[in-house]
Design a protein around this ligand. Sequence first.
Ligand code: WTA
Length: 656
Amino acid sequence: MTATTPHIDNLLHESRRFPPSDAFAESAVATSDLYERAAADREGFWAAQANALHWHTPFTRVLDWSNPPFARWFDDGELNVAYNCLDRHVEAGLGDRIAVHWEGEPGDSRSISYAELTAEVKKAANLLTALGVGQGDRVAIYLPLIPEAIISMLAVARIGAIHSVVFGGFSAESLRARIDDADAKLVITADGGYRKGRAFPLKPTVDAALAPDADGATTNVEHVLVVERTKGEVQWHEGRDLWWHDEIAVASAEHVAKPFPAENPLFILYTSGTTGKPKGILHTSGGYLTQAAFTHKNVFDLHPESDVYWSTADVGWITGHSYVVYGPLANGATEVIYEGTPDTPHPGRWWEIVQKYRVSILYAAPTAIRTFMKLGRQIPQQFDLSSLRLLGSVGEPINPEAWVWYREVIGGGLTPVVDTWWQTETGAIMISALPGVTTLKPGSAQVPVPGIELDVVDERFRSTPADEGGLLVITQPWPSMLRGIWGDPERFKETYWSTFGPTTYFAGDGARRDKDGDIWLLGRVDDVMNVSGHRLSTAEIESSLVSHPMVAEAAVVGASDETTGQAVVAFVITKASHADAAAAEDAAATLRAHVAQQIGAIARPRQVFIVNELPKTRSGKIMRRLLRDVAEGREIGDTTTLADTHVMSIIATTVR
Ligand code: WTA
């Protein structure tokens, strides 16, 4: 097993405990009887959670697992996901409640009530229908974090179509690959967005993505809807491009939400795997919404009438789907969304937003928390954070020091911190404390949420003893589980359901259970890196490097990094000689820029080392473990299986 365990020593000695306060426990949404109810009748438990939604046609079957790994949940029921997130709250008299407080990076803002959001989504749904989008059609969404991102997603859902949101930091090439794979018919984008104090363009990237490729191949995109955000210059493709505001202005605000089957696809979201090609993770409607809403309410202790909830995630990631759009809105929450970076125009921007909107629940990533820790407590201390009563963490293990800092400095020493483990594939939170029930243990994600069955096993599928590392598996189907990889059922089976047979989901994470049964995540066991909570594939970055004419061979590893968790470090053999230091430096800079341009800035390697050889086994497999030793400045491990055992000492000298 090659799990990276940067904090393991630290974790083994962590002994601080934080039981819920009496006051918190007394008014908590989730109580311990949830565990008992789920244990007594798991399917009945999930049926009860599903029935918190509105079903146009009630379901009579809970789970069909007769053809694993293809699950069907609530499959004879019919619902409309957008109706559940919008109309039903308005019909319940909550139309004036703010759904979204949006904060733009330059300081502009907009607060949108449930009634207004419903009206906007109805107009957008009519517009999409007028553009020929219908049930099952794919719509690519490539937007900054502005209200139109949420409106677009819900409008697509409302008409039974399928959205594929592509993070605005991805390149034209990445966008094109996703448009092609899903065969999207429509793209929704903006002229640009704001980040780091500057307007960045998006429309030119869409234009480049839709241009004929080297072989002259085009896409099936018929229209591009463009939201005006930065008023930057755009090139216009007559007949294809349409301004969002022009079209919305003439769209009717009357739209009746039609029911769709529970298993109607809701979205595709691409994520990195162990090979170069991103996987289109497919989620459907009823089960997904059930678990997103249930976990959002219970893990975050949501009291929708009084809480102000803020997840800092972008809608380009799964957290932005489940815990910015679907979970919170299905629960009638009031939430904050923020377009920009945490340090623009000053390093206290997040805390200023918490103060401004009196945010009570904050859901963020460990990488951000560690960055704030480095900057020092004097920054958050300038703001009134007393509205906060619960903090959440997601994306990677949160080390105990960051956990305790988060609670002490941001949470005023009072707030529970819930560390939530889940994946794009799981759709919703799978492991977490329940804040009014669980005694919190910094650094551990703790226990499966009620209704989830999982285990930590060795290679032979035996549960590992307490305190021993193993592989995390999910042993029973769950409502928000992925239903497949778009267009590739074989890869779906192979990736997740082959290691331990067709009914056991292999998550790709290492884990360990302690003597109390609490789970500690130990990082990925495959060639997937986790940089600032974002998944990146070593293979994808390697193939990007090799696509540069200068490169003969490349190996990429994720090296531990104090702030970002892991960082991308590349070892490259160039074709021409870049032997002297200056030439190597130039080549490294060129290649870092090349990867950023090809995949997106998040994939830009922290370092590129130009080397003469790579460490390989006799069968030709690159030994990344050894490269990781070099990248992390460690003593180099066992080299005896290398074809040429001198290689490592040569590489180590080059790198120094
Ligand atoms: C990692 C993000 C430890 C893990 C929701 C997983 C975590 C991958 C945690 C999924 C956590 C996420 N503790 N590790 N609380 N949350 N991970 O698909 O390796 O972007 O497999 O979903 O992030 O990343 P994804």
